[in-house]
Design a protein around this ligand. Sequence first.
Ligand code: SF4
Length: 225
Amino acid sequence: MTETMEQDVQATIKALKSNRFDPVEYVEKAEDVAKIVLAMIPPEAKVGIGGSVSLMQLGITDELVKRGNMTRKQPDVYLTSSNAITMDGKLVNTDMTGNRVSAMIFGPKQVIVVAGINKIVRDVTAALNRIKTTTAPAMAKIAGLKTPCAVEGGKCNDCKSPMRVCTVTTIIEAKPRVTQIAVILVGEDVGLGWEPDWAEDRKEKVASAFRENMGKLRAFVQLQQ
Ligand code: SF4
C-alpha cells in the first residue's frame, strides 16, 4: 500500500470512530477477515446478509451457512458491505429494492459492515459519483439489465427504467440511535469499486473477482429460495 493510501485509511478509520461506528477494525489481509468477523457473531445468533459480493469473496457467507447462522426472518446480526465509505466517516449505499439499505439502519440490533480499501472515497459527492459511474453500471451490466449506463458507451441519464439498479440511496452519517454498526476495513480490494484513473490491471482484477463472486452469489440466492 502506498503512503498516501495508508494516510487515507487512517483518516477514514479515525473519522468512522468519531461518528460512533464501533468497533472500527482494520484487517490487513483478506484471508484473515472471515475468522475475525465470525468471532464477532455469537454461535446461536440469527444472521441476515445483504446481497454482498464482498462477503462471498471473503468466504464469510459460506462459513455462516456451515455454522447454521443464516436466517431469512428478523436477524439479530446483519452483515453487508458498503458501496462507498467516505474519508469523513460516512457509509453511502444504493439499492434496487431497498432491503439492504433499510436493514443497515433499523431492525437488526447489530450490523457489521465489511469493506475493502477500494471502497474509500473522499466525500459524499465522490461516493455518489462513484455509484452512478462505476457501481450501478457494473451491477446492471453483470446482471444483463439494459439500463442506459449498462449499454456500450452509455452513461447515467437518471433513467426511468423499471430495471433501474439505483432506486434508493442512503447516507449513514453517524451511528443510528438504536443500531450498533461495526466496520471492518480490509487492506485489499474487495467487492466492486474503483476510480477511472486507477491502473487498468487493478481495475480489471477488481472487476474479474466481482464477476466470479457474483456468479457464486446468484447460485447461493437461488439455493435460499
Ligand atoms: S439511474 Fe439508470 S442509468 Fe443511471 S446509474 Fe442508475 S440504472 Fe444506470
